[in-house]
Design a protein around this ligand. Structure first.
Ligand SMILES: N[C@@H](CCC(=O)N[C@@H](CS)C(=O)NCC(=O)O)C(=O)O
Length: 255
């Protein structure tokens, strides 16, 4: 019997959380999202042995990393997320690591380089969180903002530096798509497409995202031009198409 009572602990804006959300929605697994604003996510995750979000909690245990969550779901719903063809294993692992360890990390640093002001970050940290966390935002933001800045090495030049790293990953994806393939692993939608599109979402701003894109003009100018450039690349267009064709929000409830 499949475990039930799935709960997903998230920070609303977290793109690693979006990756897990998307996999659950795609598989039509009912779950409850338990969104928290930093640093309150720590209280929620620590009792399951995690620090970061997302954490997936089930009746039988918890997965404390977004890729572990996708791999766990793949065991419950075989052949829906990851390919079984042994010839695809090397590319699968290469892309999964590239997206998780380089794209995700640099997109977050790029994003925080521009949106770490109370006005811009408030909606992105508080959508769906308990009301008392929202109330505490003005009091805790100065301290948490400082911690985020130092944890993710946000500096005056980090936006430009990280954008360059994002471009390198996008170039790799452009190269793969150049042979006309429909999906990153070939002819079938997979966890690798979810991983790329979800982690790229902050810079391609898909309209189907859980957090609706802000008007471009409300964002800092450099961010606007980085977004427009990223959206115009084959990789950017591919990510937007994955959202349009495969991102359906079906089974989530919020607590
Ligand atoms: N490898 C982890 C990375 C997750 C991650 O970095 N999550 C960030 C949000 S995007 C987080 O929880 N940051 C707050 C913290 O580490 O306390 C995964 O894939 O789940």
């Amino acid at each position: 019997m499949l475990p039930n009572n799935f709960r997903l602990i998230t920070i609303p804006v977290s793109h690693y959380s979006e990756k897990a959300r998307w996999a659950l929605d795609y598989l039509e697994v009912p779950y409850r999202e338990m969104a928290h604003m930093p640093p309150f996510h720590r209280n929620a995750t620590k009792k399951y042995g995690g620090r970061s979000v997302p954490v997936l909690v089930t009746d039988t245990g918890a997965a404390t990393d977004s890729t572990d969550i996708l791999r766990y779901l793949d065991r419950l719903y075989p052949e829906k997320l990851y390919p079984i063809d042994p010839n695809l294993q090397v590319l699968t692992l290469e892309l999964e690591n590239l997206f998780n360890l380089t794209l995700g990390v640099h997109i977050r640093r790029w994003g925080y380089s521009y949106i770490l002001s109370p006005q811009l970050i408030y909606p992105r940290w508080t959508l769906g969180v308990p009301f008392w966390e929202k109330l505490l935002f003005p009091a805790i933001f100065p301290r948490v903002g400082k911690i985020v800045r130092s944890t993710y090495n946000v500096t005056d030049t980090s936006g430009t530096e990280s954008y360059r790293e994002i471009e390198i990953v996008f170039d790799r994806v452009d190269g793969l798509l150049a042979d006309g393939r429909k999906y990153l692993l070939g002819d079938k939608f997979s966890a690798i497409d979810i991983t790329f599109a979800a982690l790229a979402a902050p810079i391609i701003q898909p309209p189907e995202h859980y957090i609706k894109p802000a008007a471009l003009t409300s964002l800092p100018t450099q961010m606007q031009s980085d977004i427009s450039n990223a959206q115009a690349t084959p990789a950017g267009k591919f990510g937007l198409r994955m959202y349009q064709e495969y991102r359906h929000h079906k089974m989530r409830s919020r607590s």
